[in-house]
Write a protein that binds this ligand. Structure first.
Ligand code: IMP
Ligand code: MG
Length: 183
């Protein structure tokens, strides 16, 4: 077997911020809440790729009513831990969302630009309702007021990785949320 010697796959220093147990407990609570709130409404979970991947996979299995899933992809072309200004949407759902009950599922909300851009695009399709579900939120970083109905955890202005969240596309496969040190 050859040894991989690529510095780019070495891990950034991090510490565990939320372990698997804390995350799954919170996800189970969301499941109970959404099951109750959306009974009889056939909601559509619209996941924001790629950060929603792990959270949504776990979340959807805790929801005990019929529902559908769709995805939209958003990129803010972050370089490392520094955000870029424009949000580029792609791979939007081709399913008609008029009169549907949409749950916009995000891994993390930071400035709020990504969800705001998606909400604006969704409005044109005249859905019945749209609510945001995010595992993590950085309230101190919001650039304008944002109404998040389903929020897993509020965190400070720190950079986190794992459970679907990346740093330059890596670390999404960590099963917990880690806080990057020296950010
Ligand atoms: P916003 O548009 O500033 O709210 O940024 C949201 C997007 O930035 C998320 O969908 C993530 O892709 C990314 N992001 C923001 N903060 C973090 C973080 O701490 N770790 C990983 N990705 C982050
Ligand atoms: Mg990212």
């Amino acid at each position: 077997m050859s040894t991989v010697k690529n510095a780019s796959i070495q891990r950034v220093p991090f510490e565990i911020l939320l372990d698997q147990k804390s995350i799954s407990r919170r996800v189970a609570e969301f499941g109970r809440e959404l099951t109750e709130d959306y009974a009889g409404r056939l909601p559509v979970m619209l996941g924001v790729l790629k950060g929603c991947l792990v959270f949504m996979a776990d979340l959807m299995r805790t929801v005990d009513i019929p529902m559908e899933i769709e995805f939209v992809s958003a990129a803010s072309y972050r370089k490392g831990t520094k955000p870029h200004n424009d949000v580029i949407l792609g791979g939007a759902s081709t399913v008609p969302l008029k009169n549907r009950h949409i749950l916009l599922v995000e891994g993390i909300v930071d400035s709020g630009k990504t969800v705001k851009t998606i909400l604006k695009a969704l409005e044109r399709q005249e859905p019945a309702t749209v609510e945001i579900v995010t595992l993590l939120d950085k309230p101190a970083s919001h650039r304008s007021s944002l109404d998040i109905k389903y929020k897993g955890f509020s965190i400070g202005n720190e950079f986190v990785i794992g459970y679907g969240l990346d740093n330059t596309q890596k670390y999404r496969n960590l099963p917990f949320i880690g806080r990057v040190l020296e950010f």
